[in-house]
Design a protein around this ligand. Structure first.
Ligand code: GCU
Length: 408
């Protein structure tokens, strides 16, 4: 039965540009009452808040304002990491509500050559901190055993090293910090009890509230907790120059984090696709029906109402991306990544332009995406590179160049 069901949704996936439906995008600057935003003040005090409410109540769920207690323990510090170029730290975060605790480990590299404070990239990894490097010792991330197949060889040391070119980042004078996203919310349906969400005082595991937050909301929350730690404790990092980077599902979470938390000065979406940078109303590649079926634990229940009915959505993803203005936004796609709808990702970034314009900033100029590997580094950045759904050195080179332009 499951196979038939999956096939059914698969059949409804469109990857043919000529079959993209006609649609009208909601105007990002038109308020709920129909009035048009004309000033930065109107944007910041009215429309921006309306949009945050829309994404909280209809897509990702509501992020609580309650503070969860956290303590930090330095597990290791090596001033001679990466051939002496970096100081490597591993910091244990223990989140607790007094009855229960959840642990996460941050792996951090600081550039030794930088006198004074360095800018930093923050980003989750998919397969544990040990997967990001051949360096030793790297502690296994605490929640790895809760993953789908903990014995699989994907979890081995350095299996995702290519996505984390630490030395290249350090050579460019940036610090870099990563954490296993499963430490914040183990990425399987049914594991809410093991996520940070379960630490909040109003946690009810049976809650079906339409605006109940879920994994993407939790990952976004966790990014802000990494920012807290860095700003309060890392004297070698400049808390005013934090770039948040997320790939794919973590790109969706990075955009949501960047929309809510203005301490992220650059927000980078790498192949974030459906529920990330891609416009839902194009219904190209992965769609709402498919994503909410395969990953029922990612969004709030209200999002399910748009399954097979994107046309009825009163919002779209360009409005999420616009919440990052006037801070910097970078969206990247991969040529072979139809599933993430590259053109939809470009248009999501393009349609933020009126908000950037309000701030006197320069978004993307053309509704037609640029050619392959012709990056645009306006205030809003974009590139599409050759290859598949992944994070490559080409991507990192662009992010470093872009951050040099806007964060250095
Ligand atoms: C799946 C999922 C995407 C997601 C991707 C990833 O393909 O359908 O929505 O972005 O996994 O996280 O790599």
């Amino acid at each position: 039965l499951t196979a038939v069901f999956a096939q059914d949704y698969k059949n409804r996936i469109n990857e043919n540009e000529s079959k993209v439906p006609q649609f009208t995008l909601p105007d990002v600057l038109t308020c709920n009452n129909g009035k048009k935003v004309k000033t930065i003040k109107d944007w910041e005090t009215i429309r921006r808040l309306e949009l945050l409410e829309i994404f909280s109540s209809l897509e990702y769920g509501r992020t609580p304002t309650e503070k969860i207690k956290v303590s930090y323990d330095l597990l290791s510090e090596d001033p001679n990491a990466l051939n002496g170029k970096a100081t490597r730290k591993q910091v244990l975060f223990t989140f607790t509500n007094g009855r229960k605790k959840i642990e996460a480990i941050l792996l951090l590299y600081l550039p030794n050559k930088v006198n004074g404070k360095a800018p930093v990239f923050i980003g989750y990894n998919f397969l544990g901190n040990q997967s990001t490097t051949t360096e030793k010792p790297i502690f296994a991330s605490p929640s790895m055993h809760l993953s789908e197949d903990p014995s699989s060889e994907v979890w081995i040391r350095a299996s995702q090293k290519r996505r984390w070119p630490f030395e290249m980042i350090i050579d460019r004078g940036y610090a870099v910090a990563t954490m296993f996203y499963g430490d914040i919310y183990p990425d399987l349906n049914g594991l809410r009890d093991y996520s940070v969400i379960s630490l909040f005082s109003d946690y009810d595991k049976r809650s079906k509230n339409h605006d109940e937050w879920n994994a993407i909301g939790a990952w976004a929350w966790g990014s802000s907790r990494i920012a807290d730690y860095i700003i309060d404790n890392e004297s070698r990092i400049d808390g005013n120059r934090i770039a948040l980077l997320g790939h794919s599902r973590q790109g969706k979470a990075a955009l949501w984090a960047g929309a809510q938390d203005t301490r992220f000065k650059v927000v980078i979406s790498n192949c974030s696709g459906c529920g990330g940078a891609a416009l839902s109303k194009r219904v190209f590649g992965e769609n709402v029906a498919r994503i909410t079926t395969t990953f029922p634990h990612w969004f709030c229940p209200a999002f399910n109402q748009y399954a097979g009915n994107e046309a009825s959505m009163p919002f779209d993803q360009h409005e999420l991306l616009a919440l990052i203005a006037p801070r910097h936004l970078y969206v990247a796609s991969a040529e072979e990544d139809m599933w993430a709808d590259q053109k939809g990702e470009y248009l999501g970034a393009y349609y933020t332009k009126d908000v950037y314009k309000l701030y006197g900033m320069h978004g993307l100029d053309s509704p037609i995406p640029p050619a392959i590997e012709q990056p645009i580094h306006n205030d809003v950045g974009y590139h599409i590179r050759r290859g598949i759904h992944d994070v490559t050195n080409f991507d990192w080179t662009q992010y470093l160049n872009y951050c040099d332009k806007y964060m250095k």
